[in-house]
Ligand binder design. Structure first.
Ligand SMILES: *Cc1c(COP(=O)(O)O)cnc(C)c1O
Length: 423
């Protein structure tokens, strides 16, 4: 049944049960794939993408129409007024940082309403213990946060109390990051935006949309958020963009971000695309489909590892607002074996044995399994895990469901081979 890989018979039998369980949710995933693929195709058509847009400029990149048309494609596909899409964004963190510094000024205050932000963003803000050179705190930009409720849901009542015009920005992280909380649905983000606008009409509602793109039919900017940002080596690059990020939202705010990305005065008018435009367009085109494949892989992983007796978040049948699947392995050896198995299922570097190590921007050791065409791409099948309680793997991606499913089976097989699982 898997003629090219050695998978234990009992594990295979379990895998069939897992697939049946997961299939219950595939109808909804495919419906969203279909809807968002149409949305994307309509965006290409409306923006008038043409062959000449696929070739790059050099130097300052003045008058690069491909660059401007790509901005339009993302704006239409994400239901936003405007977008800034550049390969020059070196990571998701950089993209979010450009937006934060583009929008906030010394003396402004930012309120994060979704608890402690993603690890790398903590250093950008300058949270206690993470006040490195160049952080927002050093520039006199204030920060406060509201915790989520114990069940991980947004605390709307606390927001009603806390949000006042004293805050320039209300910041929302959609995805779970390295936490066990649920991801926020677009409807929940919309409700937060509504509260924020009522309590502080002039505030900017910003969303860290990493891992959320094309998971639902609507994006946060279609539900009341002013601006959002994400990485092109996650969902919105379709596994083809080799690097980059996007910011999408209100036109006036996008302009401010562009002045921060390049220089005041030049903004989005400059920035050559070299030879990257074709891949960025192709990636955008594939993104809705690929996000769905990653969701199917996640649903299968949830089913398989819950049948194997592990706690999984979200549960196989639970609604998803990001592509991340958490598998709580509960012990470092199992976690490391899981990551080794995922690596064996990779198209690139399948022979590499991942080891835990320190990573810039993270405060505990991290083990990562990723044999990707793009270094660090997490829309390709990958698993990341900080070596700390509860020894959980955060897995995500899968360019197509069949390879993603096999990767998850190999993760279980590796644990079995190491004597860490009983069937
Ligand atoms: C991935 C991610 C980031 C940062 O992106 P990098 O590309 O790793 O810098 C920020 N926030 C969330 C929620 C993420 O998942």
């Amino acid at each position: 049944m898997v003629p090219y890989f050695k998978i234990d018979e009992k594990l295979l039998a379990l895998s069939h049960r897992a697939e049946e369980l997961a299939r219950a949710g595939f109808g909804k995933i495919e419906e969203n794939q279909r809807y968002n693929q149409q949305k994307m195709l309509a965006a290409f058509s409306r923006a008038g993408v043409s062959e000449r847009h696929l070739f790059g400029s050099t130097g300052y990149g003045y008058g690069d129409q491909g660059r401007d048309v790509l901005d339009q494609v993302y704006a239409y596909a994400l239901g936003a007024e405007d977008a800034l899409v550049r390969w020059n964004f070196v990571s998701g963190t950089h993209t979010l940082t450009v937006a934060l510094f583009g929008l906030l000024r010394p003396g402004d205050k930012m309120l994060c309403v979704t608890g402690t932000p993603y690890d790398t963003i903590q250093g950008v803000i300058g949270l206690p213990g993470r006040e490195g050179p160049g952080c927002m705190k050093e520039y006199g930009i204030g920060y406060e946060q509201l915790e989520l409720l114990p069940n991980g849901a947004p605390d709307y009542a606390a927001m009603e109390e806390k949000i006042t015009p004293a805050y320039k920005m209300v910041y929302i992280q959609r995805s779970r990051g390295y936490s066990l909380r649920p991801s926020l649905s677009v409807a929940e983000i919309g409700r937060i935006a509504q509260i924020a606008k009522r309590k502080a009409p002039g505030c900017i509602v910003m969303v860290d949309n990493c891992y959320g793109e094309f998971v639902e039919k609507q994006e946060p900017t279609e539900a009341g958020a002013d601006i959002m940002a994400g990485s092109l080596i996650k969902n919105p690059g379709g596994g083809i963009a080799p690097t980059g990020g996007y910011i999408a939202g209100r036109h006036d705010l996008i302009e401010l971000c562009a002045y921060r990305l390049t220089t005041p005065g030049t903004g989005r008018e400059i920035g050559c695309t070299l030879g990257h435009s074709r891949e960025l367009f192709m990636g955008a085109f594939h993104a809705p489909h690929v996000a769905g494949e990653a969701l199917k892989t996640a649903a299968f992983a949830a089913a398989l590892f819950s049948l194997l007796g592990f706690k999984v978040t979200p549960a196989p049948e639970e609604a998803r607002a990001d592509i991340i699947q958490v598998v709580e392995l509960g012990d470092p050896e199992k976690l490391i074996a899981f990551c080794r198995g995922v690596q064996k299922g990779a198209p690139v570097d399948s022979f590499v044995i991942p080891e835990p190590s320190g990573m810039p921007g993270y405060d505990s050791q991290v083990i990562m399994a990723a044999g990707a065409f793009t270094l660090g791409s997490s829309i390709e099948l990958s698993a990341d895990a900080p070596l700390r309680e509860p020894y959980a793997a955060w897995m995500q991606g899968g360019l197509n469901y069949h390879s993603g499913q096999l990767g998850m089976l190999l993760a279980a097989q590796e644990m079995l081979d190491a004597g860490l699982l009983q069937l």
